[in-house]
Design a binder for this molecule. Structure first.
Ligand code: GLN
Length: 236
C-alpha cells in the first residue's frame, strides 16, 4: 500500500506533505481510498495555519520516520510514540495524546502479568514500541506483522499466543470479537508529530496548532468521531 493520496495540490512548495501508516484506527485508517483519522486532521490544521495545501501518504510504519529525515515528507504523524531513541533522529512536537500499549489475549488464555509473556510467541506490528517492548524488556524476538489487525488475525488463528499493540487500535481490533480481550496499559506513552531536525519555526507552528485544537474542542471531537467511524467500519 503506497502513494495513496488525499487532499490536493501539485506545487510542491505550496503543499504540506504528511506521511503516515494508515492501519492504525482511529488515528489513521482508510475510508475507501481516502486516508482519514485524528492525525490527518491535526496535520491538515497545521497546513491550514501555514496557508498551504495538504497531502497525505501511507507507507509501512518503519518507513514513516525515515520519510521526514530524507525530506520526502514534512510531517510524520502515525500515532508515533515519543522515545529517546527516535529523538536522536527527529524533533518531536508537544505531545497530543497520553496512551500506551496493552496485551491482546484470548479469554481462554487470560493474561495476568508481563512475566507470563516470557518465551511466548507474541505478535506485534514491526517497528513499533510494542516490538521494542518484546526485544528490550522481554529480551526475545516477536512475530512481526504489518499492522495491529494482522497481528490480531495471527492470534485468532493460533499462530501467536499474545499480541501487544497500542490501546486504541487494539480496542478496534477486539471490537465484536467475543473470544478476545485486552489488558490494562503495560507502558505509558505519548504521541507527537515528528519532523526533520532543525526547523524551529515549523515546530512552533505545529505546537501552536496542537494547543489550539486541544483548547477549542476540535481534538476531542475528532477522537470521538473517528473512533465511532473506525468501529463502524469494523462492524461491516
Ligand atoms: N505508538 C507506537 C509506536 O510509535 C505504534 C504506532 C503505529 O503503529 N502506528 O511505535
Amino acid at each position: 500500500m503506497s502513494a495513496l493520496v488525499c487532499g490536493c495540490a501539485d506545487n510542491k512548495d505550496d503543499t504540506v506533505k504528511m506521511i503516515t501508516e494508515a492501519t492504525f484506527p482511529p488515528y489513521e485508517f482508510l475510508r475507501g481510498q481516502e486516508i482519514v483519522g485524528i492525525d490527518v486532521e491535526i496535520c491538515r490544521a497545521v497546513a491550514q495555519k501555514l496557508g498551504k495545501n495538504f497531502q497525505c501518504e501511507t507507507v509501512d510504519f518503519d518507513s514513516v520516520i525515515p520519510a521526514v529525515i530524507s525530506g520526502k515528507a514534512h510531517l510524520a504523524a502515525a500515532g508515533i510514540t515519543v522515545t529517546e531513541d527516535r529523538k536522536k533522529n527527529v524533533d518531536f512536537s508537544d505531545p497530543y495524546v497520553k496512551t500506551g500499549i496493552v496485551v491482546v489475549y484470548k479469554k481462554g488464555n487470560p493474561f495476568k502479568d508481563t512475566a507470563q509473556l516470557k518465551g511466548k510467541k507474541i505478535g506485534v506490528q514491526g517497528g513499533t514500541t510494542s516490538e521494542t517492548f518484546v526485544t528490550d524488556e522481554l529480551k526475545q524476538e516477536p512475530e512481526r506483522t504489518k499492522s495491529p489487525a494482522e497481528a490480531v488475525a495471527a492470534l485468532k488463528a493460533g499462530r501467536v499466543e499474545f499480541v501487544i499493540a497500542d490501546i486504541d487500535p487494539a480496542k478496534n481490533c477486539v471490537k465484536g470479537e467475543d473470544t478476545l480481550a485486552i489488558s490494562d496499559f503495560i507502558t505509558s506513552e505519548e504521541y507527537a508529530i515528528a519532523i526533520k531536525k532543525g526547523q524551529p519555526e515549523l515546530l512552533k507552528t505545529i505546537n501552536e496548532t496542537i494547543a489550539e485544537v486541544k483548547a477549542d474542542g476540535r481534538l476531542e471531537k475528532w477522537v470521538a468521531d473517528f473512533t465511532a467511524e473506525a468501529d463502524k467500519l469494523k462492524d461491516k
